[in-house]
Ligand binder design. Structure first.
Ligand code: FAD
Ligand code: NAP
Length: 601
């Protein structure tokens, strides 16, 4: 008897199953979330409950709409997201078709940091093999630490290989974003050569880079200088420094890469610094025997090409070492004390034993408070006749050079401001979230975030490398991939569960920040108080908002899965269970599906 109910047909298709199911609407997506009040408005002799809605005639988790996701920027973070959407989670039309992606990129070309920063010596100071898209190991890196040019080349090649830029609109700068609570959408203003374009999206992602807005130093008279004035991030390729007197302001990662490049041909180079910084051995340099650089042989590259397992093993070794190096950031740890002692000794050694220079260049705080900066050739430069170090503060800049507070004038032909970026996180455009909250205003004094990825008051908004992201933990690459995964998880949940908007709860953000600060006390925060001004990655006598409080692996653990309990969630329907559809799963309509998948033994 039962057999008559259990006919197995080999010719049944999903379409047949849908067509024969009266609880499925084949054409169109019924989207009247709350339905029309039926007459009579009762069931079982009782009025229908206020939560009543009509049946959503689709299998469970069938989205009621495609989510339009707009990403600001199309550089490394953004292309990680593109890869996740197109090739890993298949959320585009080639797969579940729940996401319609668009990237607005202000520049006319892709490449972000590596397109823009072309100063002499620009390079990655983490090993190339871990500054690599997680999905595209590169057996062909020329050197252990790659140049900016080679990174850009790799980036463009990878983007083309995976067609990641198919939805990128170049020369489009997002100029405004306002959230509409009723529609759950961001209304955008985007500037292009065609004028201002209006757009809107369900999810707004910021991948605009925490180091993409370069900054002139606030020094009186800067623009009175009559010689060549430039910033490291807008290097003039035509600038010829041979035989010139050059002033380099700053000793951050950019300055220490530029200085060794210009000393050979310049008549004289003066480096104006206002605080010392540790010049550390390069991350992972023990793998290349403590050298400052290593060029891979053709044989090694061939081996990596032919044996991906070998390349993976090598990459894992570097990555594990980088994660282990976090020990050095733990306050009062042996690793930190050793790091400080060894780095100070190494610096003195590179300075030719010059105690006076070493005193001026070596910080009083522990290694790891400021971003560790390996600078091959930087310290050695000060042992040359044509290089000098000035630690007296700059009073002003005059037509012919730099005047320091002791009244001395340094006459110069060119001034290179390697003075960094606006790291305030405040968007340089209007971003208005729920209830009129302006993100720039909100972050006026201190940028706070939910795990660096979201902000209370900004629904349906996610960020790469927001406040307290792991940006001082070795290569940023892996973290960007994890963040992209995190964003995809929300996109899937929002689409499948018919969600209008999500936003981290204010009290959760406060709790997170208070606790992260507690972790930070044991890591690097207190040391950072000794810095004399707030212009580097850290604040003086304030919370550390620039970096993630724990390790990179800890960041992975925290964001591997979304925690919806930390979020305010609004649904498109008055009944959140509308996503249950007709109560059956899509799988049940697949004639080939294993309908006993849960029997394991
Ligand atoms: C000189 C330099 C060296 C670095 N070296 C390392 C390193 O060794 N290791 C490491 O891990 N990290 C390094 N970094 C950090 C580096 O920025 C990141 O690794 C990486 O580039 C971040 O990628 P991103 O996509 O987040 O940002 P970016 O590469 O900065 O890209 C952001 C993009 O957003 C676009 N954009 C900005 N605003 C808008 C807007 N309003 N509308 C549209 N588009 C917009 C920009 O044009 C840009 O293309 C370095 C940074 C600099 C500046
Ligand atoms: N991986 C790499 O190889 C690499 C290379 C370049 C950049 N980067 C990344 O880019 C970030 C920025 O690096 P960056 O070197 O461009 O900038 P930075 O680290 O912010 O350094 C800026 C330098 O300019 C000095 N400065 C700023 N304003 C000044 C003023 N008004 N007067 C005098 N000096 C002033 C700062 O002095 P104080 O220190 O006293 O503030 C500092 O030495 C880094 O943190 C890093 O993440 C990485």
């Amino acid at each position: 008897m039962a057999g008559t109910y259990m006919k197995e047909s080999t010719t049944t298709t999903i379409e047949d199953l849908y067509a024969n199911d009266p609880t499925v609407v084949l054409n169109g997506t019924p989207d009247k979330a709350n339905g029309i009040r039926p007459e009579p408005f009762s069931r079982y002799g009782q009025p229908l409950p206020k939560e009543w809605i009509p049946l959503y005639k689709k299998p469970m988790r069938t989205p009621t709409r495609r989510l339009r996701v707009v990403c600001i920027g199309a550089s490394i973070a953004a292309m990680n997201l593109a890869h996740k959407v197109y090739h890993e989670h298949h959320l585009d039309s080639s797969g579940s078709d729940i996401v319609d992606l668009c990237f607005y990129e202000a520049n006319e070309e892709i490449g972000g940091t590596w397109l823009v920063n072309t100063y002499p010596g620009v390079a990655c100071d983490v090993p190339a093999h871990i500054y690599t898209f997680p999905f595209e190991p590169n057996p062909d890196w020329s050197t252990f630490y790659a140049t900016g040019g080679e990174i850009l080349e790799y980036f463009v090649k990878t983007v083309q290989k995976y067609d990641l830029d198919r939805d990128v609109k170049l020369g489009h700068r997002v100029q405004g974003a306002v959230f509409d609570e009723t529609t759950g959408r961001w209304n955008l203003e985007v500037e292009s050569t065609a004028g201002i374009v209006k757009d809107s999206c369900d999810i707004l992602v910021s991948a605009r880079g925490f180091l993409s807005k370069w900054r002139w130093p606030s020094i009186p008279g800067l623009h009175d200088f009559k010689g060549h004035l430039c910033h490291s991030a807008i290097w003039d390729k035509a600038f010829e420094w041979t035989g010139k007197r050059i002033g380099v302001i700053g000793n951050g990662s950019s300055a220490i890469q530029i200085l060794p490049q210009v000393i050979e041909k310049a008549e004289h180079v003066t480096n104006f610094i206002r605080s010392p910084t540790y010049i550390t051995p390069g991350l992972g340099s023990s793998i290349i025997g403590g050298q400052t650089q290593y060029t891979y042989t053709e044989d090694e590259k061939r081996k990596f090409r032919e044996d991906p397992g070998e390349l993976k093993k090598y990459r894992k070794r570097i990555q594990a070492g980088s994660n282990k190096a976090f020990d050095m950031f733990v306050k009062h740890s042996q690793a930190q004390e050793d790091g400080r002692e060894q780095t100070s000794k190494m610096m003195l050694n590179k300075l030719g034993g010059d105690e006076d220079l070493a005193r001026k260049l070596t910080p009083a705080y522990e290694v790891g408070c400021r971003r560790a900066t390996p600078g091959p050739g930087y310290l050695e430069a000060f042992t040359r006749e044509n290089v000098s170090l000035v630690t007296d503060g700059i009073e002003k800049i005059e037509a012919v050079g730099v005047r320091t507070v002791d009244g001395k004038l340094y006459e110069l032909d060119a001034i290179v401001c390697a003075t960094g970026f606006d790291v305030s996180h405040r968007p340089p455009y209007k971003q208005i979230g729920r209830a009129g909250i302006n993100l720039s205003e909100k972050w006026k004094d201190e940028p706070t975030s939910y795990l660096s990825l979201a902000v209370d008051g900004m629904p349906n908004f996610f960020m790469f490398s927001g406040p307290n992201a792991p940006v001082g933990h070795g290569s940023l690459m892996a973290g960007l991939g994890w963040s992209a995964d995190y964003i995809c998880q929300w996109a899937i949940k929002m689409a499948e569960e018919d969600i209008l908007w999500v936003e981290p709860k204010g009290e959760v953000v406060e709790e997170f920040n208070a606790y992260a600060d507690e972790i930070m006390q044991g890591v690097r925060a207190l040391m950072c108080h000794v810095l004399e001004h707030p212009l580097t990655l850290f604040q003086v006598d304030g919370k550390v908002t620039a970096v993630w409080a724990g390790s990179a692996i800890g960041f992975h653990d925290m964001i591997e899965r979304i925690r919806p309990e930390d979020f305010e969630i609004r649904y498109r329907s008055k009944n959140r269970f509308r996503f249950m559809g007709n109560g059956r799963t899509k799988m049940e309509y697949d004639p080939k599906a294993d309908l006993a998948f849960y029997l394991h033994k």
